[in-house]
Structure formats: C-alpha cells, structure tokens
Design a protein around this ligand. Structure first.
Ligand SMILES: Cc1ncc(COP(=O)(O)O)c(C=O)c1O
Length: 388
C-alpha cells in the first residue's frame, strides 16, 4: 500500500532537531559520553511554586473539562498585568490576549489564519524553522531576509525590494534571536513599524526569549513602540522563562483583529490549554520573579565559561546578551556541517550547524547552554584538544 504524503510535507526540509536527536541516540548507544549542546531545551526544573499550583488545581474537577478556546479569563488578565509591569504596555485581556498551547502552536497556526495561497511572507534566515514551514502549510510563499553579522543579525529593511515588500502580507521577526543570540533596540523596532506602515504589513514578533537575558539587559517588547499595536502580534512563551517547555503554555498579544483571527482558526483545531496548566501559569507570572533572575544568573555563568573556553580553543564566538545560544563562526576551512560532525565524532559534543537554520547560517554553529557549567567546562576542554 502506498500512502503518499501531502505535497506540503514533501516541500519541507527534515526537521532539524529530529536529525540531531537521531545522531545523538546513535552515539549514546555506542557508549559515548555525549554532551548535548544541541536542542534549546532548559535542563533546569520548573520552580516549585508553579508545580505546587498545578498539583493543587489538578485536584479540582472543574479543571478537567474543556478549557475555553481563547484561554481562561484569569490567565489572560494575569498576562495583561504582567505586560503592564514588565513592558509598561497596556492590553485589554479579553480582546488583545490569547492563550496558546506553547508559542510554537500559535506561530504555526498564525499563517493559516492570515495567509492566502500565493501571499508572500518576509522571513528571516537563519531562523527558527517554524515561520517558513507554517507559511508553506498555508500555501504562502517565503521571501527570505538574510541576517548577517555586518548588519548585527538584524534584517536590512532597505535591501528588501519595494515591489517585494508591497506584495508581502506578513513579516516575521524574532528578538532576542534564535539562533544568533542577537538583540534589537528601540531604533530597530521603530524602523520595523515604519516599514510595516509603509507596506501595509502584519508584523509577527516572536519574543519567546524576552526574559532570558544577561548583564542586566532587559529586552523590550515591540509593542512598546507607540502605534505598534496597529500592525503587530507578539508571541511569548512560559517555556524558557520558567523552565516549562513540557507544559505547553504560551500566549499571543497585540492587535485585536489579529488575535481574533488566530483565535477563530484555533477554535477549529484545538480546544485550548489545560486549565490547571493555566493556573500554574498564573502562579508563574504573578509569583516571586527571583526564579527568573536565578535562571538568568545560571545561563550567564554558563555563557561565560563557554565563551572563555571557546576562545582558548582558538574560536571567536559571539557573546549573546540574551537567549541561551552561542553563535560561533566555524574555524577556517570548515563548513557548518563539517565542524558539527567533527565536534560530534571527535569530542562527543552535539551542536547545531548554522546552515540548518538557513543558508546565511553557513559558516556558523549554534551551541545551547543547556548543561551545567562543569559539563560545559568539560566540553571546551575536549574542543581545546582538537587542532583545526
Ligand atoms: C524562537 C523560538 N520561538 C518559539 C519557540 C517555541 O517555544 P514554545 O512552543 O515552547 O513556547 C522556540 C523554541 O525553541 C524558539 O526557539
């Protein structure tokens, strides 16, 4: 029996992390002591007060029924209050906030709600793969905007041809950025808003790493730019902020029409996030934020150990002010895949080839700070023994 997959699946490259998982499993099976700096999944546990809130609320039978499609009002009110405290941005909890089953879910569904077959989306490259995949699923076309070092890994808006910009309907941006670790400032966001107004674009800002920042740096929300709410939807996640990747809780905020459209689409696909998880999310957003500061200190220490060690090994990594990713140029003569393979086979270290996030990522690898600093120290010692 031959079951041909739908064309939309055939168009996709293999999901990057599935391939990395497979390679890692192969090495582990061979008994190699693998250090996994591949996938961006925090190794730290969810803070205790969040777990206890889940335990308490899961006992309440009212949480066992279908949740509301757009999210519990209490959760959305809590998100709006967090936004006001964190960014000074006022949101109407009912029309400008939507609960998501993780931000990936919302990002992946958004194009189905707003992109028609043939519509164009401006997509950064290298990037989190979901923007392009979701655009393809909606029948849209991706116009890739390169993120390069010379431009601080920010899209060069002036380099986008005006007829392309005119044809485009949506523009994805993501700061703090995965995979480059780059950050964006007020001036950049102002230029994005001006560009979106000029070309009548929807801006989807993926802010999943807004709380994972170091050296006292506080990433901003795109919605802090006066007028941004006219054009933008912003995606957030509790995954990285509170070590809750497995819990699947995120939210979208911004323009009420965009929120409403995404909510309408979702109501035909899923039935909302588990209410007990949303109660735990409220405990996360409203509880003591010392857990967030502690997470930031942990990654900052790990970052410093990794950067110092890679430099001793003769590499010249970018120093991220945010995200738990270190974006590192490959040594002379190595492609991304060649260097990733060398690290894997000679050092037992899993990293991600930059080229896997898009062609301009060629010549870089991404290392995730997802193991303790002793293991990172061990990893860099192994790298220092290499000659390249
Ligand atoms: C840039 C970016 N956006 C969104 C997500 C999705 O996070 P989640 O679905 O857990 O909220 C990730 C996860 O790694 C990410 O790297």
């Amino acid at each position: 029996m031959r079951f041909a997959k739908a064309g939309r699946l055939e168009q996709l490259p293999a999901y990057l992390f599935q391939e990395i998982d497979r390679l890692k499993a192969e090495l582990v099976a061979k008994g190699v002591d693998v250090i996994n700096l591949g996938v961006g999944d925090p190794d730290l546990p969810t803070p205790g007060h969040i777990i206890r809130k889940l335990q308490e609320t899961v006992e309440d039978p009212s949480t066992h029924q279908y949740p509301s499609y757009s999210g519990m009002n209490d959760f959305r009110i809590s998100v709006a209050a967090w936004y006001e405290r964190r960014f000074g941005v006022t949101l109407d909890p009912l029309s400008e906030v939507l609960t998501l089953i993780g931000s990936k879910e919302g990002i992946a569904h958004f194009p189905l709600a707003f992109i028609n077959p043939g519509d164009l989306a401006l997509i950064p490259t290298p990037a989190y793969p979901v923007y392009h995949a979701a655009t393809l699923f909606a029948g849209g076309e991706s116009y890739f905007v390169p993120l390069v070092r010379e431009h601080n890994f920010l899209p060069d808006l002036d380099a986008i041809p005006s007829d392309t910009a005119r044809r485009a309907k949506v523009m994805f941006i993501n700061y703090p950025n995965n995979p480059t670790g780059a950050t964006a400032d007020f001036g950049f966001y102002e230029s994005v808003l001006a560009f979106a107004r000029q070309y009548d674009l929807i801006v989807c800002h993926d802010a999943a790493y807004s709380e994972m920042a170091f050296d006292g740096y506080r990433p901003m929300s795109f919605l802090e730019i006066p007028g941004a709410k006219e054009v933008a939807i912003e995606f957030h996640s509790l995954s990285k902020t509170y070590n809750m990747t497995g819990w699947r809780l995120g939210f979208a905020v911004g323009n009420a029409k965009l929120i409403e459209g995404l909510g309408q689409l979702k109501s035909n696909i899923d039935s909302g996030a588990f209410n007990a998880v949303q109660w735990a999310g409220i405990a996360a957003l409203e509880g003591d934020q010392e857990c967030v500061r502690s997470m930031q200190r942990t990654y900052q220490e790990r970052r410093d150990v990794l950067i110092a060690g890679l430099r001793r090994a003769g590499l010249d990594p970018m120093v991220p002010k945010a995200t738990f990713y270190v974006w590192c140029p490959t040594p002379h003569g190595f492609t991304s895949s060649a260097f990733t393979s060398l690290l894997l086979t000679e050092c037992g270290i899993v990293t991600t080839p930059g080229s896997g996030f898009g062609a301009p990522g060629e010549g870089y690898i991404r290392l995730a700070l997802t193991v303790g600093k002793e293991r990172i120290a061990e990893a860099v010692e192994r790298v220092q023994k290499l000659s390249f």
